[in-house]
Design a protein around this ligand. Structure first.
Ligand code: NAD
Length: 481
């Protein structure tokens, strides 16, 4: 199979090849609704070929020195960074985010490769004397084995590098199944790993239109040892059920419903800045996006007024236009889901301050929206919006705000703004979330453990913690020397 800009194969054993069953599927530009590429549609035979290639490559790869693995990851980081414009253009084309944000994602996604190049050589271990004095306890870490990664479309590069980076650093092999909407970035990433010197078979990338054929074939392999997933909680639950059959290690980065609290003593300028970032990055299509704004009633009217002014002024359009700050939603289906949440909220009694309509014309654009006085029982409060919609309601006491913030099955990100230090400590401790932004609207950092609790998932990605998701602990009982 060729590797032209418009026809791409699957990445198998170090090469781009046609899918075994010869099918392709179409990738759409969400800004126009028009096709931009045909991609080979992987199925069960491709999954089995990727598994065979991974098992063949595994012993030699696990035996490479940490330094050698670090060098390959570092080269991949250098290549991605040098090709920032190419990656950014591809991300914008298939996912829709504005070019400036795509460049930001390239830097963020590449940073996981750099970080895990650095972590590869620092995995460590420990030796302690047994408490009874009768021997030594040696703790070592080993690669878990074959890993299967399933990734979403909203960060088509970064959600892959933060899985592939630590998996390879730890000496594992990996099969990636990218989201059907965004296979092109994933395939370019695979090609970069080839150029960086990754041995054939260590990594395969299997785009497909229907995830279950590939997925079920990978889960059927008794050699599979780990599944790592980023996506919706509904799909995460299915994959966890499949993982239980094989007693697999599992990392799940699932949906969120982040509360964004603004207390009466907050610096409002800074809270508004944070609100724009937490809400509007990626057009609201982020698992960490602020989903529920809870604003103290003493400052609510001013906050709503000023947020509405800023949100109404946002330029919406195709991400390739340099003036645009909000791109399209990923699909017509996603746009309909966002619109249904907004119209239901208005029916429930919310006050529409701006937006609230799909934008006419080509592409899947939705007007940036502000809703005030959103009733607690409205569906928009309990479900992930995944669109450029700020849903606001007021509160009167700190306890009321915390109770409302925690009234969700999710527990990924939470944000709050206050200038009272003792409140910082109290509220941080009380919020049930894996990540808390204090007077900050952006929390992602490669050096920090990214992850949720409750229905938002299991495990951490990034930081020193992230590599341990891909390592087994081995304890050796030794006699005294
Ligand atoms: P999704 O769950 O529909 O799809 C995610 C991936 O799962 C895709 O690759 C898809 O093809 C695959 N998939 C779907 N059904 C499958 C099945 N039965 N078997 C195997 N694979 C299957 O989610 P999405 O719409 O692509 O992404 C949005 C969701 O992802 C949101 O809920 C968002 O919060 C979440 N997300 C979470 C994080 C995080 O780190 N917690 C980050 C980004 C996105």
């Amino acid at each position: 199979m060729t590797s032209t800009a418009t026809i791409r194969g699957v990445w198998l054993a170090g090469h781009e090849v046609e899918s075994a069953e010869g099918r392709t599927f179409t990738v759409i530009d969400p800004a126009t609704g028009l096709p931009i590429a045909e991609v080979a549609d992987a199925g069960a035979p491709d999954a089995r070929a990727a598994i065979d290639a991974a098992h063949a490559a595994a012993p030699a790869w696990a035996a490479t020195s940490p330094r050698e693995r670090a060098r390959i990851l570092r080269r991949a980081f250098d290549i991605v960074t040098a090709r920032t414009e190419e990656f950014a253009a591809l991300i914008t084309a298939e996912m829709g985010k504005p070019l400036a944000e795509s460049r930001g994602e390239v830097a963020y996604g590449a940073a996981y490769l750099e970080w895990y190049a650095e972590e590869a050589i620092r995995i460590g271990g420990r030796v302690t004397k047994a408490p009874a004095g009768n021997g030594q306890i040696l703790v070592n870490y080993e690669p878990v084995g074959l890993c299967y990664a399933v990734t979403p479309w909203n960060f088509p590069l970064a959600m892959i590098t933060r899985k592939v980076g630590p998996a390879l650093a730890a000496g594992n092999t990996m099969i990636v199944k990218p989201a059907e909407a965004t296979p092109l970035t994933a395939l370019l990433m695979a090609q970069v790993f080839g150029e960086a010197g990754l041995p054939d078979g260590v990594l395969s990338v299997l785009p497909c239109a229907n995830p279950t054929a590939v997925s079920d074939a990978v889960f059927a392999d008794p050699g599979l040892r780990k599944v790592t997933f980023t996506g919706s909680t509904a799909v995460g639950r299915k994959l966890l059920a499949q993982a239980s059959d094989g007693v697999l290690r599992a990392s799940m980065e699932l949906g969120g419903n982040a509360p964004f609290l603004v207390f009466e003593d907050a610096d409002l300028d800074s809270a508004l800045e944070g609100a724009m970032a937490a809400k509007m990055r990626n057009g609201g299509q982020a698992c960490t996006a602020a989903n529920r704004f809870l604003v103290h009633n003493d400052v609510r009217l001013e906050f709503v007024e000023r947020l509405t002014e800023r949100i109404a002024a946002l330029q919406v359009g195709a991400g390739v236009d340099h003036n645009v700050v909000v791109g399209p939603l990923i699909t017509e289906r996603q746009r309909s889901m966002v619109h249904a949440l907004v119209t239901e909220a208005v029916t429930d009694g919310a006050v529409l301050r701006t937006g609230g309509v799909p934008l006419p014309g080509d592409g899947f654009f939705y007007a940036p929206t502000v809703l005030d006085r959103v009733p607690a029982h409205s569906r928009i409060v309990s479900e992930e919006i995944f669109g450029p919609v700020a849903a606001i309601r007021g509160f009167d006491t700190e306890q009321e705000a915390i109770t409302a913030a925690n009234a969700t099955e999710y527990g990924l990100a939470a944000y709050f703004y206050t200038s009272d230090f003792s409140r910082v400590q109290r509220v941080s401790a009380a919020l049930r979330a894996g990540m808390v932004g204090v007077n900050r609207g952006v929390i992602s950092d490669v050096a920090a453990p990214f992850g949720g609790i409750n229905a938002s998932g299991l495990g951490s990605e990034g930081g020193a913690e992230g590599i341990h998701e891909y390592l087994n602990v081995k304890y050796m009982a030794l006699p005294n020397g």
